[in-house]
Every structure is written in C-alpha cells, then in structure tokens.
Design a protein around this ligand. Structure first.
Ligand code: ITT
Length: 197
C-alpha cells in the first residue's frame, strides 16, 4: 500500500523510511511537498491531525504525520509542542538545545528527567482518523555530545543504558535510534491500523 508522509522535516523523512523498511517493508512511503498548513494546535495530537488531514486532502492517499518534541519534567512538560521554535522563530536546532541546557543549568542530575514524544496521526482520505503516541524516557545531559540525529538528540540520554556507558542520542547510530526511538514506538503502535490500508 502507498502512504504519504506529511512532513517537511528531512530528518523525520529519513527516520520514517528506515523504520518502515525495517518493520513494514510492504508499505511504500511517499513524501509530501504540498501546502504546509498552519500548526496552531496546543497539543501534539492536534498538530499531527492538522498536518495529516492537509496531506490526505491534497493527495487523496492515506496520510501519516508526526508531531513531536522534548518534554522536560522540571519545566512542566516544556518545550513540548514548542520544541521546534524554543529559542525563537528560526528552526535552529543548536540555539534550541543551548537554551534548554541554560534553563536546566541549576538542576542536578536526579531532577533532569525528560522524554521525547512522537504523536502520529493517520488520516484516510475517507475521513477515518487515528492518533497514537510513542514515548522515549530519559534525562537531559549537561553538555551536548555527538553529531548524529537532529534537534535535541545531542543532549538527550535515554534510560536503560548500563551505568558508565551512557550516551546521548547524538552518539547513537541511526539504526540504534530507529530501533527504540519515540518515533519507532509510535509507528509500532499503528500496527493493526496499517494492516487495513
Ligand atoms: P514537520 O512539522 O514538517 O513534521 P517540524 O520539525 O516542524 O517538521 P514538529 O513541529 O513536530 O516538526 O517539531 C518537532 C521538533 O521537536 C523538532 O524540530 C525537534 O526540535 C524536536 N524533535 C522531534 N523529534 C526529535 C528527535 O527524534 N530528535 C531530536 N529532536 C526531536
């Protein structure tokens, strides 16, 4: 089956292509270069639906959209839906992560808990709509490390790594990240819904 991926973020496209190839090779993911709707929702789900509806309407294909971000406990879940623009209007990943590190500069390790969240909307051209979520728990590092991935990856240290060997997602290979990321978890949660396409 063919499915359109409603994102203009090249990193997300790359990650979805890899996740789909590894877990659902029967699906063909088509990229979307149509109009970009205004993302004025206040939740990940609302924004994911806005993007998926626009792409489904424009292409006539089932559409997937991911709205995602980093949620820091001690900031009450921020940056959250504002992750892409945390340091201003430009989508400058380095400025965003620098600001977040500054905001946490007085916070000691046990209180640096954070999670990456990916919310995926699946919208059928007939109007069927579904929303699923994937969460990747961890904590914020005190300095950026690694060149891999995008956005906040260099300052996010996922849980579950043996003590003394902990790395940021910026230090993960794409294969490592795409096996366990918030995006991979959300995509896996779509499973049965994709079977019907
Ligand atoms: P589209 O709306 O076109 O999909 P976008 O980059 O604007 O692209 P979002 O509105 O969902 O997407 O913003 C997500 C932001 O959250 C993204 O720009 C990063 O700053 C951050 N983010 C999301 N997933 C991430 C990941 O896997 N690693 C690092 N940062 C991530």
């Amino acid at each position: 089956a063919r499915i359109v991926l409603a994102t203009h973020n090249a990193h997300k496209v790359e990650e979805f292509q890899a996740i789909v190839a590894a877990t659902r090779p029967d699906l063909t993911v088509v990229s979307y270069d149509g109009p970009e709707p205004v993302e004025d929702g206040v939740t990940f789900a609302a924004n994911a639906l806005i993007k998926a509806r626009a792409a489904a309407a424009h292409t006539g294909l089932p559409a997937l959209a991911d709205d995602s971000g980093i949620c820091v406990d001690v900031l009450g879940g921020s940056p959250g839906v504002f992750s892409a623009y945390w340091a201003g209007h430009a989508k400058d990943g380095t400025a965003n992560l620098r600001l977040l590190l500054d905001q946490l500069s007085d916070i000691a390790d046990p209180h640096r808990a954070a999670q990456f969240v990916s919310t995926i909307a699946l919208v059928d051209p007939d109007g069927d709509e579904h929303v699923v979520e994937g969460v990747w728990p961890g904590r914020l590092a005190t300095a950026a490390a690694g060149e891999g991935g995008f956005g906040y990856d260099p300052i996010f240290v996922p849980d579950g790594q043996p003590a003394g060997t902990e790395r940021s997602v910026g230090e993960f290979s794409p294969t490592e990240k795409n096996a366990v990321s918030h995006r991979a978890r959300a995509f896996a949660a779509l499973g049965p819904l994709l079977a019907t396409l």
